[in-house]
Design a protein around this ligand. Structure first.
Ligand SMILES: [Zn+2]
Length: 238
């Protein structure tokens, strides 16, 4: 059925079979009923290994999907439980969402990307989600991404700065990549141990590749930078 494929495409739902589409007039939302595609059923929600079925769990469940134009959309499906040899009785994995998430993968991806380019409150308004949901989405997307990304790769020109919080009682040490504008590292406090921790993480080979470092000229900072990156040109501001 061609329209089923269209609906799957509209919602960014992969490896699933669309069963029906309904417009819930009371709530003003589109609900698309789906089931996991062939080979996607009876998999552990945690490790995605195939396992034995356990029971029907708590019945039907909905996942928020990307809006269809101005209308909110949900994917709905059974949420049976399986018995995994490693993880015990858990809700079965679904191909369209992370384990335990109330949003589809495409929704998560959009929220996480938005969080990198606009304010958290702008994300809450555009996506019509709560402030803490943005944090939860970012955390789970990052948990899946962190192992595949090296934030410290390719650094050439960096900026080191300290920012205060709790009305100036506490400090964070932040390192940014001037070439990409990206925040690459954050540490608590503002002392030599904290900054040394960053350069230790970076390692001698990558320290040697830094060409420029901007920072204020506090003596404790100068000493650490001179020790680890004597070759880098120092600048007072970006
Ligand atoms: Zn498992």
């Amino acid at each position: 059925m061609r329209s089923a494929r269209l609906w799957a495409g509209l919602l960014g739902v992969d490896k699933a079979v669309v069963e029906r589409v309904e417009f819930d007039e009371d709530e003003g939302v589109v609900v698309v009923s789906v089931r996991p595609g062939r080979g996607q059923r009876r998999r552990c929600g945690v490790c995605r290994r195939r396992c034995a079925g356990y029971d029907q769990g708590e019945g039907r469940r909905r996942w928020r999907a990307l809006d269809l134009g101005t209308i909110r959309a949900f994917v709905e499906a059974d949420a049976p439980r399986v018995s995994c040899l490693v993880h015990g009785v858990v809700v079965a994995a679904v191909p369209w969402a992370r384990h335990g998430a109330g949003h589809t993968l495409a929704f998560d991806q959009t929220v996480a990307w938005l969080a990198t380019v606009c304010s958290k409150s702008a994300v809450t308004q555009l996506m019509r989600i709560a402030w803490r949901t943005v944090g939860a989405v970012v955390a789970r997307v990052w948990a899946d991404t962190a192992g595949r990304v090296d934030l410290l790769a390719g650094l050439r020109r960096i900026g080191i700065d300290e920012i205060s919080y709790r009305k100036g009682h506490k400090y964070l040490l932040v390192v940014v990549d001037h070439d990409t504008g990206r925040l690459v590292w954050v540490g608590k406090g503002r002392d030599q141990a904290g900054l040394t921790a960053f350069f230790t993480l970076l390692g001698p080979r990558r320290c040697a590749q830094l060409t420029h470092i901007s920072s204020d000229s506090a003596r404790w900072m100068n000493e650490v930078i001179a020790t680890h990156c004597p070759q880098a040109i120092r600048a007072a501001d970006p």
